[in-house]
Design a protein around this ligand. Structure first.
Ligand SMILES: Nc1ncnc2c1ncn2[C@@H]1O[C@H](COP(=O)(O)OP(=O)(O)OP(=O)(O)O)[C@@H](O)[C@H]1O
Ligand SMILES: [Mg+2]
Length: 260
């Protein structure tokens, strides 16, 4: 569905964040990207969403080059923006409409999808946001904002859904609901997360990024999460002093996930 071939990208041209990365996301993949703070996960998702472009290498979406010049073509841009949606790491960055209703309906309306208002009400109901429909998104709680942002990306029914830390502010019940919803849908999903339990439940495939945007691992999630050396190299697990019933000792520990 999307293919990255030896891409290099730096926010400053001489300082690559990602260097020589190649990967293919196939239709139907539910892939999770794991990696420490600053390793380039959000940057990678922005590249896949055509918001920034590599300085070297190519990205192809369904076989077509995803370049600035391709997105200048209105037909391609419209199709791509409907088919590929990115949930930003910080939902505030996405929310600018005066009400939750208009916020969720905005994408469907821009893309001329049928009945944007009914669509907004449907997704608001799915996230328990109906009482908030006429409120301004900026007055909501952190988790409610994240729910609105998720409703916005789901409302356009994308085929490739890029999620940047989707569970960061969500309560556990909503995370569970989100996982079920994503697993039931045919949508191809690429989710960057620090939440290893979300990764374990959602992902059929796991990409572990190390320093310099290198791929340290591409394979089944279970095997990655059981691989302490890999988690330690990716700085996802930590050897620290840990208290058990009064005694303090050191062992390898990945927070939120039981690695023994
Ligand atoms: N808009 C930007 N302008 C300049 N530098 C940026 C920008 N966004 C990210 N960077 C830099 O690129 C590097 C990778 O950042 P990125 O946000 O992709 O990491 P990440 O893996 O998503 O981290 P986190 O786990 O904290 O979300 C960092 O060194 C960061 O400072
Ligand atoms: Mg990030």
């Amino acid at each position: 569905m999307i293919e990255l071939d030896r891409i290099r990208f730096g926010w400053e041209e001489d300082k690559p964040v990602i260097d020589g990365l190649s990967l293919k996301i196939r239709q139907g993949d539910k892939a999770v990207i794991l990696g420490a703070n600053g390793c380039g996960k959000s940057t990678l998702l922005k590249l896949m969403n055509g918001l920034v472009f590599p300085q070297a290498g190519t990205i192809r979406y369904r076989g077509e080059p995803l370049a600035k010049s391709a997105l200048a073509d209105r037909h391609f841009a419209r199709r791509f923006r409907q088919e590929c949606a990115l949930l930003f790491q910080h939902p505030e960055a996405m929310l600018f409409n005066p009400t939750v209703r208009e916020e969720i309906a905005y994408g469907p309306r821009q893309l001329a999808l049928p009945e944007p208002d009914a669509c907004a009400e449907r997704w608001a109901a799915a996230f328990g946001l109906v009482p908030r429909l006429d409120q301004p998104p900026f007055l909501l709680s952190g988790g409610e904002k994240q729910k609105v942002a998720l409703a916005c990306v789901l409302a356009i029914e994308p085929q490739l859904l890029l999620l940047d830390e989707p569970s960061a502010s969500l309560d556990p019940a909503t995370v569970g609901w989100l996982i079920d919803t994503l697993l039931e849908a045919d949508t191809t999903v690429v989710a960057a997360t620090h939440n290893l339990s979300l990764a374990a439940e959602l992902g059929s495939r796991c990409l572990v990024m190390g320093e310099g945007g290198r791929l340290l691992y591409d394979g089944p999630v279970d095997a990655a999460l059981a691989n302490l050396a890999l988690l330690e190299e990716a700085r996802l697990a930590h050897r620290h002093r840990h208290r058990h019933g009064g005694a303090t000792h050191a062992h390898l520990h990945a927070h939120d996930w039981d690695v023994g």
